[in-house]
Design a protein around this ligand. Sequence first.
Ligand SMILES: Nc1ncnc2c1ncn2[C@@H]1O[C@H](COP(=O)(O)OP(=O)(O)O)[C@@H](O)[C@H]1O
Ligand SMILES: [Mg+2]
Length: 235
Amino acid sequence: MELLLKVEGMQTYIGQYHILQDISFEVKKGEVTVLLGRNGAGKTTTLRSIIGLNPPAKGKVIFKNEPIHALPTYKIAKRGIGFVPEDQGIFNELTVEENLKVAMQKQDEKTLKRLDWVLNLFPDLKKFWKKQGGLLSGGQKQMLSIARAYVNENDLLLIDEPSKGLAPIVVEKVMESIQRMKEETTIVLVEQNFLMASAIGDRFYIIDDGRTAAAGAMEELVTNDQLKKKYLGIA
Ligand SMILES: Nc1ncnc2c1ncn2[C@@H]1O[C@H](COP(=O)(O)OP(=O)(O)O)[C@@H](O)[C@H]1O
Ligand SMILES: [Mg+2]
């Protein structure tokens, strides 16, 4: 399968802190690559480094065969990478409609058609079209946040812990939506919810203390209790 993203020996500082010490992984086109690891391991920083919000000090990020690690965030986004941040990043004062329209990089017919299609994936957003972002439920906010990235025709989506703080039944809904998105796009998913990660992921990388510590096919991890216990704290 075609290689879409390659991260090689990425190191990132936040202030004086050497947060990412050695992050390397590959993302194949059409797959869901899951980044796992304990709280504070460096998963969020990894995504933020790729998109240029915490630019790496060392290492390479190669996207569609071109280096992007020295580009500013807006240029990286333009190359076709969408980012769904951990804190969702929606506008509370804007309606669902406005949140989606300001996220659209183009307002052409093709993108408007895509918006229609995205709304079919997230029927709640259609239902609450004129409601303010801040008044949505946690699950709806998460859906809106994902839809904002997905409405643009990206080649890659980086999604940071979409299940965070959501009730199990809502997690299931978010999971179903991502599963349907998977048919059409490539995803790097940070996810602490192992059930969700294993249901959606094709490949996994474990991040531990700022380093990629283990990798493999998702089905290998599901049966590897030792690895799960060592790095994820689950038996
Ligand atoms: N703005 C910041 N200033 C200082 N340290 C930070 C900052 N952001 C993250 N860190 C530290 O970097 C490490 C990795 O954080 P993060 O990437 O958010 O981990 P994860 O997403 O895996 O929980 C943690 O030890 C965290 O405390
Ligand atoms: Mg995080």
